[in-house]
Design a binder for this molecule. Structure first.
Ligand SMILES: NC(=O)c1ccc[n+]([C@@H]2O[C@H](COP(=O)([O-])OP(=O)(O)OC[C@H]3O[C@@H](n4cnc5c(N)ncnc54)[C@H](OP(=O)(O)O)[C@@H]3O)[C@@H](O)[C@H]2O)c1
Length: 302
């Protein structure tokens, strides 16, 4: 266990587990890895424990945000909760009240909707939901830390890897829009710290990668790591709507188009929060691509 984890968990018999929600998703799994590496006991929430596929040290407990009373076994004896909300909003208030009746601290995965930069200031349903959950957490009297990541680096894999693997042209809107993608490993490391280390109550952390890169430049970085040129073709917003119709949820498409469109001509908002909290620099986009290069490489024929 690290010395900082010991500060919180050093009393024998008082090793209360941290409850990680969203435990089976992209972020939750990375947060669990960081907590385990720090020697912190972890309990994971999932709707389907049989399919969780989490490390053996993790105590996996069933629960569903849409049925708040189903959370009671998972909340038993817990001090801190990592809260990640992807469920419909209707039961958020009841869930947060339930958490507040049993736990003391919540670290909530939100977004930078309070940051004064056009990329983050376009009204959208996700920002409204995050603002409402923050209000509920504060009203419930919980000690809170709000983690506000910008774009995730792994979106590059989700969005562009299939085309790049097939040797195709990346067709995308707003190639000149600049973002500063955050490596989820850094995001998870910061979230884990705030769960096991004292001193983060009231923390409000906007997390970004270390550099502003246009979307076309990000595709260029992937090409440079792979050692080949990846052709990029600009789509109009309308062409992008048509290309994603029936595949992506409409509100997500509109949220992204609004944010990219609003940021044209400006560098991305960049913070030093990862380095400030962890004491090591945030990983660059190139580093993330190098570590995930196989996801973009052509698959050998079977
Ligand atoms: N993509 C970005 O650039 C970006 C930027 C900032 C913030 N975010 C935020 O990141 C979050 C998404 O994180 P992610 O990528 O890790 O998500 P993900 O991979 O889609 O995982 C979703 C998780 O939510 C759990 N879940 C879904 N419905 C649930 C319910 N009714 N009750 C309990 N758990 C439920 C799932 O657990 P089971 O299926 O096991 O129950 C799963 O572990 C969102 O809040 C999003 O707003 C994203």
């Amino acid at each position: 266990m690290t010395s900082s984890a010991q500060q919180t968990y050093n009393e024998p018999g008082k090793m209360q587990p941290v409850l990680v929600t969203g435990a089976t998703g992209r972020i939750g799994r990375a947060v669990i890895a960081e907590l385990l590496a720090a020697g912190v006991p972890v309990r994971a929430l999932t709707r389907n424990p049989a399919a969780a596929g989490l490390p053996a040290q993790v105590e996996v407990v069933a629960g569903d945000f849409t049925e708040p009373e189903s959370l009671d076994p998972a909340l038993q004896g817990v001090r801190s909760v990592f809260l990640l909300w992807t469920a419909p909003p209707a039961t958020a208030e009841a869930v947060i009240k339930r958490i507040a009746s049993r736990a003391r601290r919540v670290v909530f995965l939100s977004s930078p909707h309070r940051t004064d930069h056009p990329f983050f200031q376009q009204p959208n349903p996700m920002a409204r939901l995050h603002a409402e959950i923050e209000r509920l957490i504060t009203a419930a009297g919980l000690e809170s830390t709000f983690i506000r990541p910008g774009m995730f680096t792994s979106n590059a894999q989700l969005w562009w890897a299939p085309t790049i693997r097939d040797g195709g042209v990346v067709r995308w809107p707003y190639g000149a829009a600049e973002t500063a993608p955050i490596d989820e490993r850094d995001l998870a490391a910061v979230a884990a710290r705030t769960l096991y280390e004292e001193g983060h109550a009231g923390g409000d952390y906007v997390l970004t990668g270390p550099e502003s890169l246009s979307q076309a430049e990000q595709v260029g970085v992937i090409g440079s790591v792979l050692g080949r040129q990846i052709p990029f073709e600009e789509l109009s917003p309308e062409e992008f709507r048509r290309a994603t119709e029936g595949i992506w949820p409409g509100p997500v498409v509109e949220m992204l188009l609004d944010a990219w469109g609003a940021t044209i001509g400006r560098p991305a908002y960049v913070t030093s929060t990862v380095a400030d909290v962890l004491g090591v620099p945030a990983r660059t986009f190139r580093q993330w691509v190098s570590d995930h290069a196989d996801a973009f490489r052509e698959r050998p024929a079977e």
